[in-house]
Every structure is written in structure tokens, then in C-alpha cells.
Design a binder for this molecule. Structure first.
Ligand code: ADP
Ligand code: MG
Length: 269
């Protein structure tokens, strides 16, 4: 079964994109097949995966508007075997508004994802193991499409003072989605990002998040590391840019932990 995961947090700059591309690359390097869907009009995940997303390129925009399928737009990541990316262009910013008047607007991506999973298996004679969706920093229709298409939410939390602010609103949105649109959605993992060991504040945030969310918080904490923030400017993830750096090592550990999770509701007896 394909694990379909949204990486979401309506706060900007908490590490959603960095987490999406690095966890995806790590999973692929472990031999899994992975598709990243870039749902942010900024296209940062597409950049990090080395996938063309100039204005006017075929993107998730055409998928949400129903003109193309995900198979039409997904491209292999040039540096990592087994990893594909569905790019976002700036056109996607318009989709948020255009979708408002459309039929089944919350389900557009969900249907495209189902079709892709079937297409992939037919084309590659093996199942797709993971889909990771990089959500934009808002709770608008793009994120909503991501939450409706997913079974799981991977929630990155930055180790800083305002980390928990806004989380209640996100969790209410998740509950709303579960009640009305997608009962299968679960917060399966929380990842603490950009940890700065020199500050007491960072360790306080870690304690607070662990107290609040318990075992759903991954044991691995991602440190703040310059190499991680440099990698995208070379069109790469940290996994290929500097695979033995602390950022790469911890993202590999975090994704191994994530891969080992058996999502609720998918336990077979
Ligand atoms: P979001 O997608 O939630 O807006 P990003 O993943 O784009 O967040 O991260 C925000 C900024 O922080 C980016 O410039 C990114 O390169 C940087 N960043 C993310 N994780 C780390 C890290 N572990 N160490 C250093 N910089 C990081
Ligand atoms: Mg982002």
C-alpha cells in the first residue's frame, strides 16, 4: 500500500519543504519508490529536486484544473534513483482562487493521487511506496487538497519560541477534514527541526512538544546546519549535496524512523 503523506504546517519557514525533499530523497536512497508533489506556488521543493518549474511549465496547476494527470507532469529527480517530483509553478497561486467555484474542489488532488498510484504500478511493475506532498504556508484550498488526498500528516515543528503557536488551529483543521472530508487522515509523525543546541530555548521547545504529543514525535531532532540551507541553491537535497554532513545523517535517521511507522488504520490483522 502506498503511504500518502502531507507535510503541512501553516507557519512559514518551519522546515516543511526541507523535510519533504530530504525525507523523500532518503527514502528513495533506501530503495523505496517516492513521488514528491509540490503544492507550494513558490516551487521550492521542485528547485531542491532539480525539476524544472519555470512559469508556464506543466505543473500541479494543470492537475488541479483537470487538464493533465500526475503521470503527465511527474519527472524523475536527476540525482536520486526512484524519486519523482510533480512540480509547482507560480501559476498555482491562481488555482487557490480559481478552485473556489469548482465542483469537488477539495477532492481534485485526491483523485489525481489515486490515479497516479495505479498508473505507477502499471508502468513500473512495482507499487509506489510513498507520496510526500509539500504544502504551502496557509490553510487554503491547496493545503486542504493535500490533507484530503493524504492518509498521514507529517508535521514539522521548528525549535523556536512561537513553535506551538498556530498549532491548535492546524489541529482543528485536521479534525474538520477528518469529520467532513477524509476520515482516514492521521497525524502520524512530528519532526522537530532547526534545533540549535546552544540555546536553552530550543531544548525547552523539544520538551514541550514531547510532553504535548508523546510518542508521535520522532526521536531524531534535525539540527540547524548551514549545509542544509545551501543545498537547494545547487538544485539538490542535502542527501546528495553533502550526504555525510550532520543534516544528512539526521534526515536519514528521521526518515528511517518514519518508514518504520505503521500508520493507524493500516494495521492488517
Ligand atoms: P517551509 O517550507 O516550512 O517554509 P523551509 O523548509 O523552506 O520551510 O525552511 C525555511 C528556511 O530555513 C529555508 O531557507 C531553509 O533552507 C532553512 N532551513 C530549513 N531547515 C534547516 C536546517 N536544518 N538548518 C538550517 N537551515 C534550515
Ligand atoms: Mg516551503
Amino acid at each position: 500500500m502506498t503511504r500518502v503523506v502531507s507535510v503541512a504546517n501553516q507557519k512559514g519557514g518551519v522546515g516543511k519543504t526541507t523535510t519533504t525533499v530530504n525525507v523523500a530523497a532518503s527514502l528513495a536512497q533506501r530503495g523505496h519508490t517516492v513521488l514528491v508533489i509540490d503544492l507550494d506556488p513558490q516551487g521550492n521543493a521542485s528547485t531542491a529536486l532539480g525539476i524544472d518549474h519555470h512559469e508556464g511549465a506543466k505543473s500541479v496547476y494543470e492537475v488541479l484544473s483537470g487538464e493533465l494527470s500526475l503521470s503527465d507532469i511527474a519527472r524523475p529527480c536527476p540525482d536520486v534513483e526512484g524519486l519523482w517530483g510533480a512540480p509547482a509553478t507560480i501559476d498555482l497561486a491562481g488555482a487557490e482562487i480559481e478552485l473556489v467555484s469548482q465542483v469537488a474542489r477539495e477532492y481534485r488532488l485526491s483523485r489525481a493521487v489515486e490515479a497516479y498510484v495505479a498508473d505507477f504500478e502499471r508502468a513500473h511493475s512495482r507499487p509506489l511506496d510513498f507520496i510526500l506532498m509539500d504544502c504551502p504556508p496557509s490553510l487554503g484550498l491547496l493545503t486542504l487538497n493535500g490533507l484530503v488526498a493524504a492518509r498521514e500528516l507529517l508535521l514539522p515543528i521548528q525549535c523556536e519560541y512561537y513553535a506551538l503557536e498556530g498549532l491548535a488551529q492546524l489541529l482543528r483543521t485536521v479534525e474538520m477534514v477528518k469529520t467532513h472530508l477524509n476520515p482516514k487522515l492521521e497525524v502520524s509523525a512530528i519532526l522537530l527541526t532547526m534545533y540549535d543546541g546552544r540555546t536553552r530555548l530550543a531544548s525547552q521547545v523539544v520538551d514541550e512538544v514531547r510532553t504535548h504529543f508523546g510518542t508521535r514525535v520522532l526521536n531524531t531532532v534535525i539540527p540547524r546546519a548551514v549545509r542544509v540551507s545551501e543545498a537547494p541553491s545547487f538544485g539538490q537535497t542535502i542527501m546528495t549535496y553533502d550526504g555525510s554532513s550532520p543534516g544528512a545523517l539526521t534526515y536519514r535517521e528521521a526518515s528511517d524512523e518514519f518508514a518504520a511507522i505503521v500508520p493507524l488504520g493500516q494495521v492488517t490483522t
